[in-house]
Design a protein around this ligand. Sequence first.
Ligand code: ADP
Ligand code: GLC
Length: 495
Amino acid sequence: MDKLNILIVASEVVPFAKSGGLADVAGALPKALRALGHDVRVVMPRYYIVDKQKYGLKPVEGSLGVPMGSSEVWGAVLETVLPGSDVPVYFIEHEGFFGRKGLYDEEGKGYEDNDKRFIFFSKAVMQLAKKLHFRPDVIHVNDWHTAAIPVLLNTTYAFDRNFAHTGSLLSIHNLEHQGRFPKSAMDTLAIGWEHFNAGELEEYGDVNLLKGGIVHADAINAVSKKYAQEIRTKEFGWGFEELIAQRAYKLHGILNGVDYEEWSPAVDRLIARKFDANDLSGKAVCKTQLQQKFNLPARSDVPVIGLVSRLAEQKGIRLLAEAIWEILEMDVQIVLLGAGEKWAEHFFSDVASKYPEKFGVYIGYQNELAHQIEAGSDLFLMPSLFEPCGLNQIYSLRYGTLPIVRATGGLDDTIENYCAKDKSGTGFKFYDATAQALTTTVKWAVHTWYEEREDFDQLRNNAMRQRFDWKVAASEYVSLYRSIIRGRRKKEEQI
Ligand code: ADP
Ligand code: GLC
């Protein structure tokens, strides 16, 4: 099998910068592709928070000229490898655009020049590939931040020999965020105003970068089979349902994998005591440590329900806010780690101060604590309104922490509902996006913990034996890349 040249472009990559699951994916998939023998390279912005020293970033010689509208903007490039691999990671540096505190926003307010920042980044990626004489077979871009690249590939760089046979794949990790900007963004893109039309980049008078990516990419991946179905419907399509349904022929649903070197209780260095499916004694130690951390009574008999989440509407936080009082009437403990919407941060902190014996809250972003919650909890709650894939429920399975999820997107694809008859299943699911359905399902899970312990233990065992390896997902990506390349060739032959 020939080796492919793959360029993966993302706005965040673990371990350098992360705000959500996209970074986990962009940090793990390249390693899995590399293990399959391909030449994979990764590009991301050099945000202020990327620690140059810790990760050994070295400057790439020379600067990078990036055409931006009528002028040229100069950037620099830094380089290192993905830890634990030889996959090169390039960082586009520009003090004005990326030398800031946040990735996309500060204090919940998006940067006003996000169009310029990410169009600059997208163009810089193309210029970098040329500078390195790297001729990608496929450029794999992710979400709106890099969705301009398939557009550039088909316009500005259409006749560039460096990209003569380059195809593109757009992964949609979240359709809610589309990169919508005033039409002046067309000047920054500088691909010609003829592309500002409803069939390409225009959307109600604005520029919509994700739309451009959806139209121009050779293929689209929606990170779970269910989400790939859902986004063709009004409920989940964010106005793009028709656009996407018309492109069902190039829409795929390859599920994300998990980096089990990071997220497995048998090797996790961030938890109090390691454990595995054959010996859960370490999990009990993790539970006690977690209860102590949150100042909750160190009871082994009570079920601890964990939550690690961006506090965004998507995650069903309003359902939880409504259901929380009734849930707290049960004999349970809840620990929540999250940050995001201010009302939610205040609300849940307030509930915690009213129920200090039952509800622990940490507002902020804390990777170590996220691992400890996975390890020390008995149940894990994800009441999402929509969830393209969701990683935390998959991590939870491995830690024997049974997920309670709403049956949407990747949550539905990865969790099998408990069936008492044959003790099958890996978690508890509900269907309606209502506080009542959520409460009833939490009650069901808690009842199972107290009254059907044998079943609970069996479920835990089922859960811990599930595997969502990147190796499998990476092979599916390779097949998709190959079909993109074949498609491109066919098109070229027709020209
Ligand atoms: P999304 O990308 O929509 O936020 P995912 O479930 O795919 O949802 O991924 C979320 C990732 O971010 C997980 O790795 C999770 O552990 C992490 N995460 C979310 N919120 C926090 C937080 N407050 N502190 C630490 N890690 C967090
Ligand atoms: C997005 C989605 C989440 C998914 C992640 C990685 O942030 O909200 O469901 O797991 O991307 O694909």
